[in-house]
Design a binder for this molecule. Structure first.
Ligand code: SAM
Length: 263
């Protein structure tokens, strides 16, 4: 997760968010849902010393030494949020796909209710489906096949893994205005000629390789009835496919943000 954090920060040119907050216009209360190891919340705390940052997650895996304006709580965000309504100035998610069965209802609508009028929501999500602009990705590309299998098992598990393109529509439907979307490309390996993108791609490839067993085991064993051995054997070819630089595949990082209207 920490590596993933650094890659996404690099892709976003070092920006923590695209919502219109600055040092001169700091958010009051900030909520980071499914904060993971909490790096985003910690860096927000450093960047905005006047803000109060709360990070929540199912797992207490955040470090103990954090800026004084940052706090972490264990919380299941699919259950009622333990905060007053209309209380936050900024609510954020990053790479939470696979956590929700209905992100619009469970997260975006609740974010609307818990934001003050004028507050912002921002979702930074990377759906798993690879894309390709130059026809070099064949239908039998291993990583593409694996992703399709992941999507199929996630549907059986009632977990959305394709939240990206729909985010802006969901935000508007929940009542947000001034909704903006930015889409960044993250190459699946070091195929790009551009040296910055090549570097990003090589880091992303390593992150995907590190995560592959973890992304697969629960979904494929529980919902596709495969044994752990069968899964690991099938992943050998998927890993190999990720080294093929002739295939110019990339993931899309969707950064979508919108404002709750003033009353
Ligand atoms: C891929 S990590 C992303 C972490 C972090 N946002 C980041 O960008 O590094 C997804 C996180 O969601 C958390 N999570 C999953 N289901 C959750 C739930 N129902 N409520 C709160 N957190 C949840 C997991 O524990 C995990 O830390």
């Amino acid at each position: 997760m920490d590596e993933q954090y650094e890659i996404i920060k690099m892709v976003m040119d070092g920006r923590l968010h695209l919502s219109p907050f600055t040092r001169d216009h700091q958010p009051g209360k900030v909520l980071d849902i499914a904060t993971g190891t909490g790096l985003w919340a910690i860096e927000m705390g450093d960047e905005y010393p006047e803000s109060e940052i709360i990070g929540t997650d199912l797992s207490p895996i955040q470090p103990p030494f954090v800026p004084p304006n940052v706090r972490f709580f264990v919380e299941d965000s699919t259950e009622d949020w333990d905060y007053p309504k209309a209380d936050f100035d900024f609510i954020h998610t990053r790479v939470t796909i696979g956590c929700w069965s209905d992100m619009k209802r469970e997260i975006i609508q609740r974010a609307y209710d818990h934001l003050q009028p004028g507050g912002w929501v921002e979702c930074q999500e990377v759906p798993g489906m690879p894309h390709c602009d130059d026809g070099t990705m064949p239908d039998d590309y291993g990583w593409l096949q694996w992703t399709k299998e992941l999507y199929a098992s996630s549907r059986l598990a009632n977990r959305q893994v394709d939240c990206g393109e729909q985010l802006k529509e969901w935000m508007r439907e929940c009542g947000f205005v001034d909704v903006h979307e930015a889409v960044f490309k993250i190459p699946l390996n070091g195929w790009p000629k551009d040296s910055r993108l090549k570097h990003v791609g090589m880091l992303w490839q390593r992150n995907l390789l590190d995560g592959l067993s973890g992304f697969s085991l629960q979904f494929f064993s529980k919902y596709l009835n495969k044994t752990q051995e069968e899964i690991e054997v099938s992943l050998v070819e998927i890993r190999k496919s990720l080294f093929d630089r002739k295939i110019h595949a990339y993931h899309k990082l969707y950064v979508v943000f919108g404002r709750k209207p003033e009353e």
